[in-house]
Design a protein around this ligand. Structure first.
Ligand SMILES: [Ca+2]
Ligand SMILES: [Ca+2]
Ligand SMILES: [Ca+2]
Ligand SMILES: [Ca+2]
Length: 401
């Protein structure tokens, strides 16, 4: 994926296994390919809805991690309910895996802030390689490559539409798509500088843009998923034509759009939670011990409840959470998890799922903790700044001596 400043044969743009991007996957749908990103629950991949517009919903996902390549089939696909193929709006899909993802693949949290514009991003994906000066390599015949590049979110797509009007043939929903341009350091190819006066001539050799096959791939801010690759465009407005070659090919002077994950966090979070099997819905159902299992991962759940009254019914409530080792070790016995749990309007409780790693090794029963901090919109009670719960992983592999 990713058109870059230097050639794809330059290792600077490779996202090799073990470098933090092993949760970025290749998604196959029918005969079409895109990219996706493994979400925090270890069972679902976020990608683009438009991968599913060719008549097939039979999807598979390929991981490349430190233990090699593994392909998992999808058990379920959900397109964003208001996806609009004509306008490219709400272009998101969630693909659930028929089994848990490899434990060697990173799970990623969502970027939940609304301050993306002006921040730099790292894009990763399996699209066609190419170079900014000449565009994507349409005749590329090598195997799929996972590449990475950087850029900066310069504008909301709605701002671009306001500035360009009919020079843009589609109408993005304001606030839902983030735009970056492919700079080569010159003002002439500074597309957003010239089109809507958002000047910036790029990140030098780190700069890049998405290409075909990157659709659905993540744009990370600080290691969290902030955008999902959606489309590119070679824009012309009045006498301004920043594209270096006037061909739509992900070259210098073009722009790209990512669906804005922070805008869609409620749909993503609630879709994931709805697929948790046997999650507790009341305190009496919470299981403080979880049987280890023998392969893949299974969930231990924590239940967060808000028992107060919202000052405003539309207020979002949230807490931060982070696992901590007891006698169990993160990465071996369970997978470390941290993030923000948001309770949306009309929601007063939700489960946090932590993955327990199954194996056949006899061990003692072991414990780990979940620390919950920073309540927003509520409190833990006078003077209480942290809540801690413990879970026991119960050995199921015979006597441990
Ligand atoms: Ca740029
Ligand atoms: Ca620029
Ligand atoms: Ca071009
Ligand atoms: Ca076991």
């Amino acid at each position: 994926m990713v058109a870059t400043v230097t050639s794809h044969t330059d290792t600077r743009n490779r996202a090799y296994a073990g470098e933090g991007f092993d949760g970025v996957v290749r998604v196959a749908v029918g005969g079409y390919y895109g990219t996706g990103v493994l979400l925090y629950d270890g069972h679902a991949v976020l990608t683009a809805a438009h991968l599913f517009t060719h008549g097939s919903t039979a999807a598979s996902v390929t991981f490349e991690t430190t233990v090699g390549s593994q392909t998992a089939t999808a058990s379920r696909v959900a397109l964003q309910p208001t996806y609009d193929a004509t306008q490219g709006n709400n272009d998101l899909a969630i693909v659930w895996l028929s089994s848990s993802a490899p434990v060697t693949a990173e799970r990623y949290s969502l970027y939940r802030g609304s301050d993306e514009i002006g921040q730099s991003l790292t894009m990763v994906g399996y699209g066609l390689p190419g170079m900014g000066a000449t565009g994507e390599l349409t005749n590329y015949s090598g195997g799929p490559l996972r590449l990475k590049a950087s850029n900066q979110f310069d504008a909301d797509a709605g701002t671009l539409k306001s500035g360009l009007g009919s020079a843009m043939s589609w109408t993005p929903m304001p606030g839902t798509q983030l735009i970056a341009d492919f700079d080569n350091g010159t003002t002439h190819q500074d597309a957003l500088g010239r089109l809507i006066i958002r000047p910036g001539t790029g990140l030098g050799q780190d700069e890049g843009l998405i290409t075909p096959g990157d659709s659905g791939g993540p744009a990370f801010i600080s290691g969290q998923v902030a955008g999902i690759a959606s489309y590119t465009a070679s824009l012309v407005s009045g006498g301004v034509h920043p594209d270096i070659d006037s061909v739509s090919n992900s070259s210098f002077g073009e722009v790209a759009a990512w669906q804005r994950v922070s805008y869609y966090q409620q749909w993503i979070d609630q879709s994931l939670r709805a697929q948790y099997t046997n999650a507790p819905t009341q305190p009496a159902q919470v299981q403080k011990a979880a049987t280890e299992g023998n392969s893949g991962t299974s969930y231990a759940y924590f239940l967060l409840q808000f028992t107060g009254v919202r000052s405003d019914p539309n207020q979002l409530l949230s807490v931060d959470y982070r696992t901590r080792d007891g006698s169990a070790t993160a990465g071996e016995d369970y997978l470390a998890a941290s993030g923000t749990l948001v309770l949306y309007p009309n929601e007063n409780q939700a489960a946090i799922a932590v993955e327990i790693v199954g194996d056949y090794q006899a061990e003692p029963n072991e414990t780990f903790y979940l620390d919950v901090t920073h309540p927003v919109g509520g409190s833990f009670g006078d003077g209480v700044v942290m809540l801690t719960a413990v879970r026991t992983i119960v050995n199921d592999d015979g006597a441990w001596l």
